[in-house]
Design a protein around this ligand. Structure first.
Ligand code: FAD
Ligand code: NAD
Length: 469
């Protein structure tokens, strides 16, 4: 890092090295753009350090432990028994931290290879072309022709249930050193259920308090039904239409209000609050700019251009869906635009995967979405109860559902729920993105026995000719 005169110049400055920012910087560097990236914390942002990666590591460890626990309890139907497993949780967390560390240095290496200059510190806009970075060696001024805001998001804090002590966010939940005997999860969305199910499998008695009428309200009820059944199997209590009110005066319980208006206290070792995430729009001098907003987010157009020329914004700070792969796709696109290429956001779909047990995948339009848009549709659904591979892995819960335009059979959406179904998301997204017709999927040979045959069968079903149901 050059700091002698405390002024650096570059063509592109990226603020924030999460999946949006670091992908943008790497791509820009590869395209020969003189690029600086600034990060106040660790390379990789939320996703790599306290989000996608550590949560999936924890979920995997929990699944492994749970399988062995079941085998030790003599409930195995497939003739496997085992001694009671022992969980060395600090070792589990150290293994998870090792993965994060490897990916962390991987991102650093990729940025270096792309000749991107990295500056550690908190960035603050002085004007639309100038940023001051508070580094450990003092302030660093950077002048840039173009600036990309990729400052990401942070957990929503409830004013009456602030983080601290036993009230934790996902960040602390991913850094616990022992499995709490009991946990109340406030918010039955993505994070609450992914982490709540994992801690339940690791031995915690988990209760989920959800304000809505059902868990995962962003998905349709058919898709969440298998998750609801699994929550019951795992002995996770779910209290719907209930709101957290705050900790009891002695801090040993969480007071919640039930739908009936009755107030009850839930005692637990940890209270995990997962009621959404908010864009990081403070702390970097947004007031010194004239940026239009869209609700709490920075408003962008189809090129991720903000209302200020030469200032782009990508990732969670720009709105829903707050997903790593959306941020990455935006980052890659903006780098090409800065390099002078003609690009705009032309994606038909952004796949979403919820890593609950079973997993949920959605791509494109659901039947309800399509109907709301006045599109005439054909729908085909294939249940895993009729899939050989699902039987051989003891997981027959779930289905694949295909939605196609009635007039031409073009697939406009795929939804699925099932164990390990996340790996099929690429095929679903490809079908929608390429404008595949039901016949394309139905006439493609799908390897046997695989869960993917369910995609072929669901397409055949929509055509009125399923073979195995
Ligand atoms: P972020 O990853 O939030 O990165 C922003 C970066 O900017 C941070 O490193 C921050 O330190 C830095 N920054 C902010 N302000 C400044 C400043 N002024 N100066 C310098 N640096 C600054 N998404 C998925 O797609 N799949 C998943 O499985 C998934 N699981 C998740 C699990 C959890 C527990 C959580 C919390 C999130 C998960 N997400 C998942 C969401 C995903 O993490 C985000 O969508 C993604 O990280 C957004 O990327 P981003 O680049 O926009 O922002
Ligand atoms: P979420 O929006 O998925 O779920 C929040 C839940 O909290 C909702 O069901 C809501 O009804 C409920 N809620 C809100 N206020 C409440 C209250 N006072 N009391 C009880 N319940 C309340 O939010 P999240 O789980 O915090 O996740 C944030 C975002 O992070 C997600 O929207 C997603 O974009 C991202 N994420 C993605 C993944 C993934 O891709 N697998 C995983 C984790 C997080």
């Amino acid at each position: 890092m050059t700091t002698e005169n405390k002024v650096m110049k570059c063509k592109l400055l990226v603020i924030g090295a999460g999946p949006g920012g670091y992908v943008c910087a790497i791509k820009a560097g590869q395209l020969g753009i003189d690029t600086i990236i600034v990060e106040k914390s660790r390379l990789g942002g939320t996703c790599l350090n306290v989000g996608c990666i550590p949560s999936k590591a924890l979920i995997h460890a929990a699944d492994e432990f749970h399988k062995l626990t079941e085998a030790s309890e003599g409930t195995s139907k497939i003739g496997i028994s085992a001694a009671k497993p022992v969980l060395e949780f600090p070792q589990t967390m150290a293994w998870k931290d090792g993965i994060v560390g490897r990916l962390n240095s991987g991102v650093g290496g990729l940025l270096k290879r792309a000749k991107v200059r990295m500056v550690e510190g908190q960035a603050q806009f002085l004007d639309g072309k100038t940023v001051e970075i508070a580094t450990s060696t003092g302030p660093q001024i950077v002048h840039a022709e173009t600036i990309v805001i990729a400052t990401g998001s942070a957990p929503v804090e409830l004013p009456f249930l602030q983080f601290g002590g036993d009230v934790i966010s996902s960040t602390e939940a991913l850094a616990l050193l022992e499995v709490p005997k009991s946990m109340v999860v406030v918010g039955g969305g993505y994070i609450g259920l992914e982490l709540g199910m994992a801690y339940s499998k690791l031995g915690s008695k988990v209760t989920v308090v959800e304000a809505g009428e059902r868990i995962l309200p962003q998905y349709d009820a058919d898709l969440t039904k298998p998750v609801v059944s699994r929550l019951a199997e795992l002995d996770i209590d779910v209290i719907l239409k209930a709101r957290a009110k705050g900790l009891a005066a002695d801090k040993t319980a969480l007071n919640i209000e039930l739908a009936s208006g009755e107030e009850v206290s839930l005692h637990a070792k940890k209270y995990l609050v997962t009621v959404g995430r908010k864009p990081n729009t403070v702390g970097w001098g947004m007031d010194n700019l004239v940026l239009e907003t869209a609700g709490p987010f920075i408003k962008i157009d189809e090129r991720c251009q903000t209302s200020m020329k030469g200032v782009y914004a990508i990732g969670d700070v720009t709105g829903e869906p707050m997903l790593a792969h959306r941020a990455m796709a935006q980052g890659e696109m903006v780098a090409e635009i800065v390099a002078g290429k003609s690009r705009m956001w032309d994606k038909y779909c952004i796949p979403a995967v919820c890593f609950t047990d079973p997993e949920i995948v959605t791509v494109g339009l659901s039947p309800d979405d399509a109907k709301a848009e006045g599109i005439g549709i054909k729908v085909g659904l294939f249940p895993f109860q009729a899939n050989g591979r699902a039987m051989t892995t003891e997981r027959e819960d779930g289905f694949i559902r295909v939605v196609a335009r009635a007039e031409n059979n073009i697939i406009i959406g795929v939804q699925a729920v099932g164990a390990s179904i996340s790996e099929l998301s690429a095929g679903f997204a490809l079908a929608v993105e390429m404008g595949a017709r039901l016949e394309d999927i139905a006439h493609t040979i799908h390897a046997h026995p695989t869960l993917s045959e369910g995609f072929q069968e669901a397409s055949m079903k929509a055509l009125g000719s399923a073979l195995h149901i």
